[in-house]
Design a protein around this ligand. Structure first.
Ligand SMILES: [Zn+2]
Length: 492
């Protein structure tokens, strides 16, 4: 959970623009590829889709990364690429989001995001230009609009579902409500096209396309873990990096001397990565076995043993091993416990069975058991606690299918709700993430000697990977390298 948490209700409301997509099919010329195509989505609709999804997409990936210098640098590189594209007049924006996973993505209309995780694995401005150029290519070639045109009914079905039914019906564990747009995967042809367009734009901004081959190789050697977020990672959504590197190398070969004078610009990027948070940020919450601790919001809660629990930017979501019961901790948007309970009780389909006041480890709490009908006709049963802590109202929501609930599927979740507790004042005050420190080598050395001379607090493997060097590789004097240190992440 991040500070500025998005309420579930707000996420759900965003779904409406999909339904508003006009059903008027038109034949238009694709601005980037020059081909004629059927499109259900006009340019102003593309912009509206991107603009209305931008706040939730930003929040989903941890919010804006708090470094103005880095933000304006990435934005400036992105704007230069966009200006060289076939659609320079879109309301382009380029944001660094505060997420450790390696990812970059685009919303229609020109809203583009890179995570701090992908930046931490880059080693030159040309690599950044390659990733941004590729995402610009998805926008200029209208790939998302094409996907929507192709899958319109499916998409409406996907994100029209409420959070209740989505979790239970899809039976996929952790639901990410309403992020249908980001779940769209482009086809293989769209990826090839975005690579070719990225090549075109980055060469126009003076960046050597060797950067594209390098970043593809780097990303291929990192392991895709973002499946757990329910959103395809850059790698998962961009298959066959080997093929794509080969295709890029062919483009470089055939461009020949026209690439003379283009630059990789290692230092320009690396200087901006000094101080960048690397890996998980424990200030946004961490786990010690089943115990979830949020040192910034100053609370903890212990989930039942064996549950799968994901700490997302908007909520902490847990699901039982047999996936019959769920427990979500999030903020309520109302200002008081009674208002929060009142709003919950008035959700369409929710029927309160009994309710009352209690205290949870000394914290004021309103509690209720309920049944709820989902839009697709299922019945759920559950228990909700609203807990007042640190000036915020927390919503703890346990639920299961009505039958399962009656058979006791929710017992573990209800017990877990009662473990919600304020952290004592001194506890976990000193947690800190690891950060990248850019160092300049004072003498030539190997990768292994670098690890010894500039100790990091993450594994050797992670340091070498982030720098894209091998242990036995010779590194020249004066080279800029990433040392990764400073983390204090409690393990027990
Ligand atoms: Zn792509």
């Amino acid at each position: 959970m991040a500070f500025e948490s998005l309420q579930v209700g707000r996420v759900r409301r965003r779904a409406s623009w999909f339904a508003a997509v006009a059903l008027l099919a038109g034949c238009a010329v694709n601005p980037a590829t020059g081909e004629r195509e059927i499109s259900l989505v006009s340019e102003s609709q593309e912009i509206e889709m991107g603009r209305s999804s931008d706040p939730a997409a930003t929040a989903q990936f941890g919010g804006l990364y708090p470094d103005d210098g880095l933000q304006s640098y990435v934005s400036q590189i992105g704007q230069r690429l966009a200006a060289q594209s076939e659609r320079p007049n879109l309301p382009w924006s380029f944001k660094v989001v505060d997420h450790e996973l390696i990812n970059a993505f685009a919303l229609p209309g020109g809203f583009i995001y890179v995570t701090r995780g992908i930046l931490s694995h880059m080693n030159s401005e040309a690599e950044l230009a390659a990733v941004l150029g590729h995402e610009v290519g998805h926008v200029t070639a209208r790939h998302t609009a094409q996907q929507i045109t192709r899958q319109q009914l499916g998409v409406i079905g996907l994100i029209g579902a409420s959070i209740f039914s989505e979790t239970v019906r899809q039976n996929q564990g952790i639901a990410v409500a309403g992020m249908g747009l980001l779940l769209l995967r482009y086809g293989r042809d769209a990826e090839r096209e975005a690579d070719a367009l990225g090549f075109r734009y980055m060469t126009r901004t003076g960046h050597h396309p060797e950067g594209m081959s390098r970043v593809m190789q780097t990303l291929a050697s990192t392991s895709p873990t973002s499946a757990e977020m329910g959103i395809p990672s850059w790698l998962l959504s961009h298959p066959d990096p080997g093929d794509r590197v080969a295709a890029n190398d062919r483009r470089i070969a055939s461009a020949g001397a026209s690439l003379d004078g283009l630059e990789i610009r290692e230092a320009a990027l690396l200087e901006h990565l000094d101080g960048l948070v690397f890996g998980p940020d424990p200030r946004a919450g961490f786990f010690i076995a089943e115990r979830f601790v949020h040192p910034t919001l100053r609370f903890e809660i212990t989930y039942p043993r064996g549950w799968t629990v994901v700490n997302g930017p908007e909520a902490v979501d847990g699901i039982s091993p047999d996936e019959t019961a769920a427990l979500q901790v999030t903020f309520a948007s109302e200002a008081s416990l009674d208002a929060a309970m009142g709003a919950f009780a008035s959700i369409e389909g929710v029927e309160i069975i009994e309710s009352g006041s209690m205290r949870t480890n000394g914290l004021d709490t309103r509690a209720a058991t309920f049944v709820a009908g989902t839009p697709d006709g299922q019945m759920l049963a559950g228990r909700v606690h609203f807990v007042s802590h640190g000036g915020d109202i927390y919503r703890l929501l346990a639920y299961a299918g009505e039958e399962s609930w009656r058979r006791g599927a929710g017992e573990g979740a209800v017990n877990a709700m009662e473990t919600f507790e304020a952290l004592s004042s001194g506890e976990f005050r000193n947690v800190a993430p690891d950060r990248i420190r850019i160092v300049r080598l004072e003498r030539a050395m190997t990768g292994a000697q670098f690890l010894a001379a500039y100790p990091s607090t993450v594994t050797d493997e992670e340091v070498l990977l982030a720098n894209q060097v091998e242990a036995d590789q010779q590194l020249e004097r004066g080279r800029l390298m990433k040392q990764i240190a400073g983390g204090h992440i409690p393990r027990s």
